[in-house]
Design a protein around this ligand. Structure first.
Ligand code: C2E
Ligand code: CA
Ligand code: CA
Ligand code: CA
Length: 278
């Protein structure tokens, strides 16, 4: 019993110490994880709605923590932002993509889109333009069309971002509004900025087929996108019913588990669509 108590004590102590370590040095934790190679990326195919052929992919980050296991990006991205470590983390993401690029090139044709999520903390960092230039220069020349995915929320607060977006276009990047429809938006930025893609949040896609009448908001979003000549991407497409509805309603690209889950590089390189074309 004494031994058991002792072991429990040590374990509890270790645990407390560990939690404290994270609390006290959360920044260090991310930097250490970068050094130790705990971050990796997964790729999720994006297909065109007409032929269901892969036209590109979205790059998503993962953290395999040695003791806590897989930590979801929603958690560690916010964490990195709060710790002012989003720039080193994104630069690490760029390194991982650059390392994979020669192999990605073998399955993604020239002009294929490479969607990368950019956190607001990086978008507004002093180094942003330099970082983007270096990243583009390190990719195989003239192969990928890099699409930066930024959320709606970031733009409403940052109307001064217009010149930055102009610069990005000039440098050959494209821009997508991510999670469209979730931002309580004034929609004013849609006219002020030139956006290339509008990614319809999976919350709307989810509703397709579960309600007798499809969401009037989704209808409105699609009408708006058409009027503004914006290309649409539906996220979170999970069922054939959702895919059919979106294709009928003129959405341009589809992404979601129905097409494929995000995959590590080796699996992505071997990926063959297994859904049945109509
Ligand atoms: P997001 O940019 O909206 O990414 C799409 C999320 O939806 C991904 O979650 C993806 O795995 C998930 N997803 C894709 N298809 C389906 C589907 O059919 N059903 C469902 N239920 N989910 C689907 P993930 O990878 O967990 O990423 C969550 C969020 O974390 C991303 O949302 C993005 O905001 C952020 N994130 C991920 N990777 C990065 C990164 O490298 N940098 C930054 N700044 N943010 C990232
Ligand atoms: Ca995204
Ligand atoms: Ca999204
Ligand atoms: Ca999101």
């Amino acid at each position: 019993a004494l031994l058991f108590g002792l072991i429990c004590g040590i374990l509890a102590g270790t645990l407390t110490f560990y939690i404290l370590t994270i609390r006290l040095h959360p920044g260090k934790e991310i930097l250490t994880a970068i050094k130790r190679g705990q971050f990796y990326v997964v790729y999720q195919p994006v297909v065109d709605a007409k032929e269901l052929k892969m036209q590109g992919c979205e790059v998503l980050m993962r953290w395999k923590h040695p003791t806590m296991g897989e930590i979801p990006p929603d958690a560690f991205i916010n964490f990195a932002e709060a710790q002012k470590l989003i720039v080193p983390l994104t630069l690490h993401l760029f390194d991982l993509i650059i390392r994979d690029a020669p192999q990605l090139q073998t399955v993604l044709p020239p002009g294929a889109k490479l969607g990368i999520n950019i956190a607001p903390g990086h978008l507004h960092a002093d180094s942003f333009k330099d970082d983007m230039r270096k990243f583009a220069a390190s990719l195989p020349p003239d192969h990928f069309q890099v699409v930066l995915e930024v959320t709606e929320r970031d733009m409403i607060n940052q109307l001064e971002a217009a010149p930055l977006f102009e610069w990005l276009h000039h440098e050959g990047f494209e821009i997508a509004i991510d999670d469209f429809g979730t931002g309580h938006s004034a929609l004013i930025y849609l006219e002020r900025f030139t956006m290339d893609y509008l990614k319809i949040d999976r919350g709307f896609v989810n509703a397709i087929g579960t309600e007798t009448v499809t969401s009037p908001v989704l209808d409105a979003v699609l009408t708006l996108a058409r009027r503004l000549n914006m290309v649409t991407v539906a996220e979170g497409v999970e069922t054939p019913e959702q895919a059919a509805w979106l294709r009928q309603h003129g959405v341009n690209y589809l992404q979601g588990y129905w097409i494929s889950r995000p995959m590590p590089l080796a699996q992505f390189l071997k990926w063959e669509p297994d859904f049945v074309k109509d």
